[in-house]
Design a protein around this ligand. Structure first.
Ligand SMILES: Cc1cc2nc3c(=O)[nH]c(=O)nc-3n(C[C@H](O)[C@H](O)[C@H](O)COP(=O)(O)OP(=O)(O)OC[C@H]3O[C@@H](n4cnc5c(N)ncnc54)[C@H](O)[C@@H]3O)c2cc1C
Length: 360
């Protein structure tokens, strides 16, 4: 176990998962967040916990490991607000359904190929089933705000401290991290900083000549009011990803960039129309909440997880699919053994522009 104090910057799903794991393993840890909920990506997440959305073998292996970590958490903690009804996915795989099914089976997932009648048997209210779809058992989802709260509460019960504050800069001494300075001028001393600040991470790393080049990809999470419960699994269709919670609320993710006018209202209208077409027996859906957020996506699309070279005690955890990956990222930073799972995703890969270092 590392001695000393760890400061986690960012209390989105990634930061709270790291904080919980550190606290569970007996580390002294504080998580700090500027608490500007309007910029927190996690609150706008569909929170679909999945492997099936990728066909990259190494990345899929990582995601399947994290899916197992989610299942372990659910087994150990019945209060975890996640369900694992599996995913119906179709029309989104480059390689075709059968090849994608084999690919996922090789990773240990249970996958069935469904024809139209089998699809109809499993989701009776769906109007026009696709010719073929995959059912991927064990994939899950949760309300993103409830998931963040669960990890945060679990971390606090293990002794972690949460604090409000905006980290303006980080302090180093003799090549290692020494503390941070908040925007109100207050200084906090610490031995280790883990930057899990989403879109705010790049600015914090700039002074160390590390260019994270994270791009923001806008999207919306639409939550409907309660309605008749018709859909059990998670749906990943070519046009929309969605699931319906136990009380009958639809959670729907839409990419603004994919809509013609690049506008949130149009994305909402289109998504609701699409769900009504899929389930014509539903009463008119009413929107309860629309959350607009930008996903933060590293330049090559893959996670940036690991130590900042040359600055002892400074690490970064910035990724898309942060909900899927959160427990495994937590284990990486909070665990007592070093895992090689993330070696492909560290900051040494050449996408990181590292200019000549200054005096750090
Ligand atoms: C529409 C949409 C759908 C998505 N669907 C899925 C999905 O189905 N499955 C999935 O796995 N992922 C999905 N994602 C992606 C996922 O939501 C993100 O990868 C994840 O939420 C990232 O979490 P995070 O903790 O890294 O970042 P955030 O949630 O953004 O948290 C970062 C925190 O850092 C804080 N912060 C920033 N700068 C500072 C600073 N200087 N000082 C102090 N605090 C700071 C912010 O206030 C924020 O609270 C989706 C995203 C969107 C937008």
């Amino acid at each position: 176990m590392t001695t000393g104090h760890t400061l986690v910057v960012g209390a989105g799903i990634v930061g709270v998962a790291i904080t919980r794991q550190l606290a569970a393993n007996g580390h002294v840890v504080t998580c700090i967040d500027s608490a500007d909920a309007s910029t927190q990506t996690s609150l706008g997440s569909l929170a679909w916990i999945n492997v099936s959305s990728t066909s990259d073998p190494d990345y899929a292996r990582l995601r399947s490991k994290s899916l197992r970590a989610w299942h372990n958490l659910a087994n150990d903690h019945p209060s975890l607000p996640a369900t694992f009804p599996g995913t119906l996915i179709w029309g989104t795989q480059n390689k075709g359904h059968e090849a994608h099914a084999d690919f996922l089976r090789d990773l240990g997932l249970e996958v069935s190929l469904l024809g139209q009648s089998e699809f109809k048997n499993s989701v009776a209210d769906f109007a026009s089933p696709p010719e073929v779809a995959l059912y991927v058992k064990g994939e899950g989802a949760g309300n993103p705000a409830s998931l963040v709260k669960w990890f945060r509460d679990a971390a606090i019960s293990q002794g972690a401290v949460f604090q409000k504050g905006h980290v303006a800069t980080m302090l180093t001494e003799a090549g290692r991290i020494a503390g941070v300075v908040l925007s109100d001028g207050k200084k906090l001393t610490t031995d280790r900083v883990i930057v899990a600040a989403g879109l705010g991470s790049a600015d914090l790393l700039k002074p160390f000549n590390v260019d994270l080049s994270v791009r923001a990809s806008p999207g919306v999470l639409i939550q409907t009011k309660l309605t008749k419960r018709v859909a059990l699994p998670i749906f990943a269709s070519p046009s929309l990803d969605f699931w319906q919670d136990a009380s009958g609320r639809f959670m729907i993710a839409s990419s603004l960039a994919k809509t013609a006018k690049d506008a949130a209202d149009l994305a909402v209208e289109t998504a609701i129309d699409e769900i009504q077409r899929m389930f014509p027996g539903l009463p008119q859906l009413e929107v309860e909440q629309v959350v607009r957020r930008s996903r933060h996506i590293p330049r090559d699309g893959y996670p940036l997880i690991g130590a900042v070279p040359g600055i002892a005690g400074l690490s970064v955890a910035v990724t898309h699919s942060g909900v899927t990956l959160a427990p495994l990222i937590g284990e990486f930073f909070g665990g007592d053994t070093v895992s090689s799972d993330w070696s492909r995703y560290d900051l040494n890969r050449d996408m990181i522009v590292q200019q000549e270092r200054g005096a750090f």
